[in-house]
Structures are given as C-alpha cells and as structure tokens.
Design a binder for this molecule. Sequence first.
Ligand code: NAP
Length: 234
Amino acid sequence: MRTAVVTGGASGIGCAVARRLRRDGHAVATIDLTESTDDHGYVADVTDPVAIEAILTHVRVHLGPVTILVNAAGLEGHDRFTDIDFASWQKVIDVNLNGVYHCIQAVLPDMLDEGWGRIVNISSSSTHSGVQRMAHYVAAKSAVNGLTKSLALEYGPHGITVNAVPPGFIDTPMLRKAEQRGVLGGTVEQIVARTPVRRAGRPEDIAAACAFLASEDAGYITGQILGVNGGRNT
Ligand code: NAP
C-alpha cells in the first residue's frame, strides 16, 4: 500500500482515478477546487504552491510519504487565437502546466527519500494533432508531455517513473459542458459514431491506465505518452 495524491479528484477522470487507486489498496488524498466527499479530499487551487505545500505536509502526517501522484486537474478553453487575451492565455497555462509543476515539486522530495515514485500526468489527445480554437490548452498540454519525457530521464535513476496519459473523448462534466457550448464538433452521439471502438470513453478507462502506470509492474515504463482514446487519435 502506498500514499497517492490525485489532483482534480472531485470530478470526472480524477475522481475515477482516486476511486481506482483506493480499490487497489492505496491511501488516496485528492486536491480540487471543488469540495469532494472523500475522507481526504482537500480544496485548493493547483496554481497556489503555498496551499499545495500545506496540503502535502498534512497528507504526510496523516497518510505517510506520497509516492504516487496523478495530475488530473485541468481547465479547457475554446476561443479563436485572436480572442485569447494574455490573461486567458496565462490562466490556461497556469492551471494545466504550472499546476503540474507545483504538484510535482511538492511530492518529489518524498519520492527521492523513498527511492520509489510514480507520476502520471493527464495531458490530452488534442496534443496529437492540434485543435482549432484551443491553442492555449493544446500548448499547455503539449508542454506537459515534454515535461513528462524530461523528468523521466532525470528521475529514472532514482526509481521514479514519469508518464503521461492523454485522454480522448471521455464522458465527464468537462466533455458535456463542451457539448452544451457547441464546441465539440458534433454531439457526443455523432462523435461516438466516428470513434473506432464505438463508444465514448469512461473515466474508468483512464483510471485503469493510471493504475497500471502507478503499479510495481510498470517499473520499466517511463517517459511514455499512453493514448487512451478509443482509437480516435492513432
Ligand atoms: P472535469 O470533470 O471538469 O474535472 C476536472 C477537475 O479539475 C474539476 O473538479 C475542476 O474543478 C478541477 N480543477 C480545475 N482547475 C483546477 C485548479 N486550478 N485547481 C484544482 N482543481 C482544479 O474534467 P475531466 O474531463 O475529468 O478532466 C480531467 C483531466 O483530463 C483534465 O486535465 C483535462 O484537461 C483532461 N482531458 C479530458 C478529456 C475528456 O475527454 N474528458 C480529454 C482530454 C484531456 P472545477 O469543476 O471546480 O473547475
């Protein structure tokens, strides 16, 4: 049993990841802007390093050193590039990229002390091809993939693996909000009809990949970008 922190753990993918890691026997704390019903659900903004550090101190005392981190907190944006003012650009980069930076910085000392760690960053299938009107989001998520590869090289010798899971078309509140705003490129049903496996992804599909990457069995897998997308972005 290990101690895991899952950001974005109050909703969608992060929530399913937290549930799955608990089922696998780990002690799990979540960090989210939204309050969760979990015993160890912390409310904080991943862009606030002081708050993240304070939570990590609390988690260490109550659950032990953190050796699994899944970064799932994320913020989408759907705007023409010329309509993305610098404040919106910064906000999307801050949550999706800098938030990952702060959380990894906060947990690495524990992983280095233990000589064992698993970091899984939830990026996005949009990074495979780019997406119109999501330049800020795709830029941030692409940077997360690059960060993943670089940290894998740097921390492999310390027993720490770093991988990314870019989800594609997973049925969560984020996806349904995009559908309601008409920015998905069709309804969920229409997109299902164009998806090779003929269904939308479930948060549990991403949780299964994260659980594997967080396991002992995945110790020789690092620096990888494991697409979980029903075959849409192969
Ligand atoms: P979701 O249901 O909206 O969950 C995301 C959670 O992150 C929400 O609870 C949200 O809180 C929280 N969050 C947002 N900003 C935060 C911040 N600054 N600090 C802490 N928590 C914050 O979305 P999801 O679909 O599960 O997305 C999870 C991850 O997968 C995201 O990184 C997303 O970009 C990525 N992703 C999803 C899909 C998909 O098809 N669903 C595809 C590609 C990538 P609030 O609701 O209060 O904002």
